[in-house]
Ligand binder design. Structure first.
Ligand code: FAD
Length: 552
């Protein structure tokens, strides 16, 4: 991080140079001396420093400057750096200025020009102010900062996107002093949030995910227009395929619409993945896989949704939402599943404002001391309940069935049962939600009696009915009645190959009804919905891609 700044501002160039020179001589090794020749220029410099997340220790301002005098300048400077120590320079004793300065800007020192010799008149003052400042430095950092409203779906989407892509950031409310100061520094207002201040000081108001991706160092455009293999979806299956394909020398691009990790990236602790006896967080596991894929030379494109697939001769062409396309000899579809929406009245408007699909890890600390409701009885819901139990007053798991035994692994049921603040509500479903600014109440129905009751809560996390999002493959590859991609021997009907199949061989394992297009992981019909099997299928898909390429 850059050294903290000492800012000097004086409209007389000779005085400005002299003060900067004297300050630099004594403090230049520990502080950056920033010089400005007007109040406006100094404020612009302070705004830039603020956006970069750096600190200002002391501000020395001349009193008599045109347009904006020293006190007016210090007043505005305080909005940006309230803890910077403040010194006013005057040419002669000006009692009115001194009184104003003390009353308006809580001045630390009033310095008469000239200050020769500095060893006697300037340095002792600055030594003392720097000591005071260092004891209570600004809380700032060069990390990414997000300024938003507490209950705002777009603000949540930005935080969720950064968290899932493992970009560290600091979250600030627009109506908190520091959030307000950053908005002012960027010349923005609370109406412009969410605002992201990148680590290099750029302010992005209401950024799209692709804007955000490119500013936080995620790649969004391919380096080439033709690859050996395109992998769609960067969950465990896609990451597995990319690692094996790239490590085996195939020119590989992995395309992800949102964040690497897929569903696994949302898991707070995966305990049944081989080789991690203590468990591993999904974020950690998938970040390692992402780095491994990059190390072997795979390209990873973020925020690129694939919306179409077609055969162009022997090439397989994938189209993106923005109309551009990418071609390869083969494709691996590893697009997984997404949670079904809960369609009880009132809930859809509250998505991102108290109603969340998946675990929304960024929200957990905000649930402190409150009641949290989780819908779903599978492992994902169990893990989320255990995670939220570390923060919430009480966690309620709502399930339609009589117990968790048919849907959740035994080891998780035992942990849920041991946790005193988790209550499982069998045969219970959400039939309504209400909230003005955000979720305030839920209406629950007891399925055995039909009785309904209303509970107060601001937090509902939904983990139900994962379904594939494969409509874009309609008419291109065979899918089952629920949209999962049918592969390999399952494509044969009474020994007959699928309609339109052009090759004198049966489809390989994991191969779809379009030769050269493979499916791996949760999106594949009859797949085992587990991290290990998804990774395994990703690796196996690469073996069949090799076989396919050799026969071409
Ligand atoms: C909270 C949670 C906890 C879990 N815990 C465990 C556990 O402990 N143990 C276990 O074995 N399993 C667990 N699972 C299940 C496991 O995570 C999944 O089985 C696994 O992630 C499936 O991997 P996948 O790569 O097939 O699909 P996904 O993980 O679903 O990844 C698919 C990816 O494809 C992307 N994508 C989709 N469509 C497109 C498109 N058109 N263009 C570009 N990209 C696209 C998605 O954004 C996503 O990133 C858990 C799941 C959840 C949600």
């Amino acid at each position: 991080m850059a050294n903290p700044a000492i800012l000097t501002v004086d409209d007389d160039p000779a005085v400005s140079r002299a003060v900067a020179r004297d300050v630099r001589r004594r403090y230049g090794d520990r502080y950056r001396v920033v010089r400005a020749d007007s109040g406006e220029a100094a404020l612009a410099a302070l705004r830039e420093i603020k956006l970069r997340g750096e600190q200002v220790a002391v501000i020395l301002a001349d009193y008599r400057m045109p347009v904006m005098n020293g006190i007016q300048f210090l007043e505005s400077a305080m909005d940006l750096f309230p803890r910077a120590r403040r010194v006013l320079l005057t040419a002669y004793a000006d009692t009115d200025a001194a009184i104003d300065a003390i009353n308006i800007v809580d001045l630390d020192h009033y310095l008469l020009k000239p200050w020769d010799p500095p060893e006697e008149k300037l340095y002792p003052v600055l030594d003392n102010l720097l000591e005071v400042w260092a004891a209570t430095p600004d809380i700032s950092a060069t990390e990414t900062r997000v300024i938003g409203h507490r209950w705002s779906a777009p603000s949540f989407a930005v935080r969720d996107f950064l968290a899932r892509n493992l970009v560290p950031f600091r979250w600030l409310l627009a109506d908190e002093p520091e959030g307000g100061r950053l908005l002012a520094a960027a010349d923005l207002s609370p109406a412009d949030v969410p605002v992201v201040i990148t680590s290099d000081g750029k302010a992005l108001a209401m950024p799209s995910e692709s804007d955000l991706a490119s500013h936080v160092g995620l790649s969004t455009t391919p380096a080439s227009d033709f690859y050996d293999v395109i992998v769609v979806g960067a969950g465990p299956a896609g990451l597995g395929a990319a690692v094996y394909a790239a490590s085996e020398g195939l020119r590989t691009v992995l395309v992800e619409q949102r964040a690497t990790g897929g569903q696994a990236g949302q898991s707070s602790r995966i305990e049944n993945y081989l080789g991690f006896p203590e468990g591993v967080s999904g974020a950690q596991l998938t970040d390692r896989a992402r780095r491994q894929a990059l190390k072997f030379g795979a390209e990873i494109l973020s925020t690129r949704e694939v919306v179409g697939l077609e055969a162009a001769g022997t090439a397989r062409l994938l189209r993106f939402g923005d109309g551009t396309s990418l071609a390869a000899h083969a494709a691996v579809l590893a697009t997984g599943v997404a949670y079904r929406r809960l369609d009880a009245p009132g809930l859809s408007d509250l998505t991102g404002r108290g109603v969340f699909y998946g675990s929304a890890a960024t929200e957990a600390p905000s649930c402190s001391g409150e009641d949290v409701y989780i819908v779903g009885g599978a492992n994902s819901a169990g893990q989320a309940a255990l995670h939220f139990a570390r923060y919430a007053r009480r966690v309620h798991i709502l399930i339609r069935g009589a117990s968790l035994t048919s849907s959740m692994s035994r080891y998780l049921i035992e942990q849920v049962e041991r946790e005193p603040c988790i209550t499982v509500h069998p045969r219970t479903e959400v039939v309504g939600g209400y909230g003005d600014d955000h979720l305030e109440t839920l209406t629950l129905c007891d399925r055995s009696t039909g009785a309904t009751r209303t509970v107060k809560t601001s937090w509902l996390f939904v983990f139900i009915g994962a379904e594939p999002r494969t409509n874009w493959l309609e008419g291109v590859v065979s899918r089952d009645e629920r949209g999962f991609i049918v592969t390999g021997p399952a494509l044969l009907r009474d020994g007959q190959r699928p309609a339109g199949w052009s090759l004198p061989r049966d489809p390989y394992h994991l191969e779809s009804s379009l030769p050269g297009v493979f499916a791996a992981g949760d999106v594949r019909a009859d797949s085992v919905k587990r991290v290990a099997s998804a990774v395994g299928e990703g690796a196996m898909a690469v073996t069949v891609v090799h076989r396919y390429l050799e026969a071409q």
